[in-house]
Write a protein that binds this ligand. Structure first.
Ligand code: ADP
Ligand code: G3P
Length: 576
């Protein structure tokens, strides 16, 4: 190994919409990088999946390409001495513990298909005690309810569960397992920042808690990754093939914790807000977890030298994905950055408020059945107003989270440090400063999520020995956005937003796709004739056999059932 000063650390950043690999030097500067986007799969309204094998291959591609660029700059791959991993959290991967093959697409953190399961779990004894132990409220967001959905609805997953072969992991565990070579090496671990998003881990002990596993009825029935510190020389194994074969993985952090580390939020009272696909505000609360009374989550910020450090978290489901919605679904512009030009064509939101509740509303509201709703549309409304209202939506929710944090912690933030793709928007950051009435600080180098994982690995490697040595990293050249409207004006705007949130509730009580995966499409007329249960039951059993079939097949099957039912009724001499 070369002298530490010539050492580099690689960082895998596996996000919701793209994967990156960055190679950092000891000054925390990215020297080479590569990024690829991968497929977003939306099989039904409210559903969101990723192909687990594509997640792995996207990482491998990024490593190969970044190393190529690194060597073109005159460096050698041998100087990359450790790798850190950071990843989208909660996204749930299941695989066969013997073969290492995935049993279903990964169910992404934004996915709301487990709504009915959540409703049922909330009625169980002990439901109200869960948050005290694991820090999260019952919702469609954590991995636990996504896993239960798969066990109940995907025959292959159910079969593996019954045979005792079901391995469950968040994306970090899956990547570490596969990058180490899968079942042959069987490196099956996760770090506490990721494990704290499953609802299976006790926040205080950093171990799985039998009460939680019992509640979800999975105790002793699934293979769970061993929880190990976020920074560790041995536990995460090493890369088994490719350009960085043999390089040890020494750091692992869920992406939001990683951004907090990358922003060097090491001391209680420091916070950051990351505007990626979603938007997540983490506030360092020190060595004891704080259970929120105002709709925030308690989570692990990092565990570096044995002692964990905790954070209060405000999670917003839709951040940059709101912009992608305008881009991909409404074709309002070609690239995300164009939202700014469009929003700048108007002076204000023209009276429009867009509650971007595409996955219900997360913190601090936790309204599962809220749906995306635009209020205040008139003949005056232009595309620019909608673009502006989309940027504002994330900023309003951030303001609501800041208020909740102030109530939980007893003191207000004096400045908000930001990062993530959407923080590239000067307009969005100015709106944020205006709505929250505090300055917004944006560092020059915005790849703070990747930097955090590099720091976790670099601390284990010895590239940096302590936080003091990290002090000067990414300090110069940031931008500050100062509030430019009066607190009274922003309070007035915020009151309108809060009203819109209340009005977005309860649009439909049940999703159009039932909890068991059956389409609730036009009901066969027999239902109106008093036999709903039978026909629905038949539909369910047919569709569970058709797991993986496309929508057209399913519609065809439903029509067949309807015809069969009508014939049955006709034969009995009843009118259909
Ligand atoms: N210049 C920009 N202005 C506004 N939004 C942007 C800009 N650049 C990227 N984004 C948004 O940032 C998001 C991607 O951010 P990123 O941090 O890469 O997310 P993730 O890690 O979740 O994949 C996208 O949803 C995109 O719409
Ligand atoms: O992909 P991001 O950056 O929006 O982060 C996703 C979060 O980890 C979900 O909790």
């Amino acid at each position: 190994m070369p002298g530490l000063a010539e050492s580099f650390v690689g960082s895998i950043d596996q996000g919701t919409t793209s994967t990156r690999f960055l190679i950092f030097n000891r000054d925390g500067e990215p020297v080479a990088s590569h990024q690829v986007e991968f497929e977003q799969i939306y099989p039904n309204p409210g559903w969101h999946e990723h192909d687990p094998l594509e997640l792995v291959s996207s990482v491998e591609t990024c490593i190969e390409e970044a190393v190529k660029k690194f060597e073109e700059l005159g460096y050698t791959r041998q100087s990359i001495n450790a790798i850190g991993i950071t990843n989208q959290r909660e996204t749930t991967v299941v695989w066969d513990s013997e073969t290492g093959e995935p049993l279903h697409n990964a169910v992404v953190w934004t996915d709301t298909r487990s709504q009915a399961i959540v409703r049922e779990l909330k009625s169980r004894k002990g439901a109200e005690d869960l948050q005290q132990v694991c820090g999260l409220p019952l919702s469609t967001y954590p991995s636990s309810t996504k896993l239960l959905w798969m066990i109940q609805n995907v025959p292959k997953v159910k079969a593996a569960f019954e045979r005792g072969h079901l391995a469950f992991g968040t994306v970090d565990a899956w990547l570490v397992y596969r990058l180490n070579g899968g079942p042959a090496a069987n490196v099956f671990v996760s770090d506490p920042t990721n494990a704290s998003r499953t609802m299976f881990m006790n926040l205080s002990t950093l171990e799985y808690d039998d009460r939680l596993l019992d509640f979800f009825e999975v105790k002793g029935k699934i293979h769970l990754p061993r929880i190990v510190p976020s920074s560790d020389r041995k536990a995460y194994g090493s890369i088994s093939s490719g350009a960085l074969q043999g390089v040890p993985i020494m750091g692992c952090l869920g992406d939001q914790s990683s951004a907090l580390v990358g922003q060097k939020g090491f001391y209680p009272g420091l916070a950051k807000n990351t505007y990626g696909t979603g938007c997540f505000l983490l506030y360092n609360v020190g060595e004891k977890p704080v259970i929120s009374k105002h709709g925030l989550l308690a989570t692990v910020a990092y565990q570096f030298d044995g002692k964990p450090v905790y954070a209060l978290e405000g999670s917003i489901a839709v951040g940059g994905s709101g912009i992608r919605f305008l881009q991909n679904n409404l074709s309002l512009f070609k690239e995300s950055k164009d939202v700014n030009e469009l929003a700048a064509t108007v002076e204000d939101n023209g009276g429009c408020i867009f509650v971007t509740a595409f996955s219900g509303l997360f913190a601090p509201y936790w309204i599962d059945d809220a749906k995306g709703t635009i209020f205040g549309i008139t003949q005056y409304t232009q595309k620019g107003h909608i673009a502006r209202a989309t940027l504002e939506a994330t900023c309003y929710q951030t303001k609501a989270i800041l208020d909740a944090m102030e109530k939980d912690s007893g003191h207000a933030l004096s400045e908000l440090a930001v990062d993530g793709g959407m923080s590239n928007s000067d307009l969005a950051m100015q709106i944020q400063a205006d709505l929250s009435s505090i300055p917004v600080y944006r560092p020059k180098m915005r790849e703070t999520t990747a930097l955090g994982a590099a720091i976790a690995a670099g601390l284990a490697l010895g590239l940096w020995r302590n936080f003091t040595e990290l002090r000067d990293i990414n300090r110069a050249g940031g931008a500050v956005f100062e509030p430019s409207v009066s607190p009274e004006k922003s309070a007035e705007m915020f009151a309108l937003w809060e009203k819109a949130v209340q009005m977005s509730k309860g649009w439909v009580k049940k999703d159009s796709v039932a909890a068991n995966g059956v389409h609730n499409i036009r009901k066969p007329s027999v239902i109106a004739n008093g036999k709903p249960k039978e026909s629905v039951f038949i539909a369910q059993s047919v569709f569970s056999d058709l797991d993986g079939a496309d929508e057209e097949d399913l519609l065809l099957e439903l029509r067949k059932i309807e015809i069969q039912q009508r014939l049955k009724i006709l034969r009995k001499g009843l009118k259909p």
